[in-house]
Design a protein around this ligand. Structure first.
Ligand code: ADE
Length: 237
């Protein structure tokens, strides 16, 4: 039976989802609160992981070990890395990689974690399709599929943005997705990342982020609920 693990980085987004969560129970682990219940008729576990790669990976592993989730989705906001993605638009991951992982001195390609057999962790095809359908439902004509570039850095300068694009070919940047992707990959769990654009990851990012964070967080929650409905419907076929 499908049980969806939902990892959000932001309070507003998780709060919106919790308002819709039925038969709610909660418990604490490693400083985070894990909520379990039924969202859109689908069993889910929800956690607000906090910011950055380590927080994200810790929570993803707990969802695997203690909640026995079968699928993982990471939702939240992101900075745009391409001209076609404007504030409020939606991104669904094709794959995810780090923009701040560099063992090139030892002959590894940029972004490659030694011991992993891939630079970019691929999202699950059918989750990706379901997430894209959900995104199109919420914001028609404004959803794109592509690479998510993650790192422990709020990107707010044109120069850094250009470097990340050149190194990763990502279409958006955020601070958790690839860590969740790597955790899912190691546990052989299907995952997808779903992000709403809150800023352009350039010199205007610091200004735009607080203005658009709320709207983007709300949009993510809507798409996540739609994704839960799609997964429920797919499970019934
Ligand atoms: N999340 C939202 N905007 C971001 C940015 N510009 N850099 C990193 N993470 C983000």
């Amino acid at each position: 039976m499908t049980k969806l693990g939902i990892i959000g980085a932001m309070e507003q987004e998780v709060e919106t989802l919790l308002e819709a969560l039925r038969e709610q129970t909660s418990w604490q682990k490693a400083g985070s609160t894990f909520y379990e219940g039924i969202l859109e008729e689908l069993p889910v576990a929800i956690v607000q992981c906090g910011v950055g790669k380590v927080n994200a990976a810790v929570c993803a592993q707990i969802l695997c070990d203690h909640c026995h989730v079968t699928h993982l989705v990471n939702t939240g906001i992101a900075g745009s890395l391409c001209a076609e993605l404007d504030i409020g638009d939606l991104v669904v991951s094709r794959d995810a990689m780090y923009h701040d992982f560099d063992c090139m001195k030892f002959g590894y390609p940029f972004g490659k974690v030694p011991g992993m057999d891939t630079v970019a962790f691929p999202a699950d095809q059918s989750l990706m399709e379901a997430a894209y359908a959900a995104a199109e439902q919420v914001n028609p004509g404004h959803a794109r599929i592509g690479r998510v570039a993650s790192g422990d850095q709020f990107v707010a300068s044109k120069a850094v943005k250009e470097q990340i694009i050149a190194r990763t070919q990502g279409i958006c940047t955020e601070m958790e997705g690839a860590a969740i992707a790597q955790t899912a990959y190691r546990n052989r769990l299907p995952f997808v990342i779903l992000r709403a654009i809150s800023d352009k990851a350039d010199d205007s990012a610091q200004m735009d982020y607080p203005t658009f964070e709320r709207i983007a967080a709300h949009r993510c929650a809507q798409v996540t609920r739609s994704l839960a409905r799609q997964l429920k419907a797919a499970g019934q076929k």
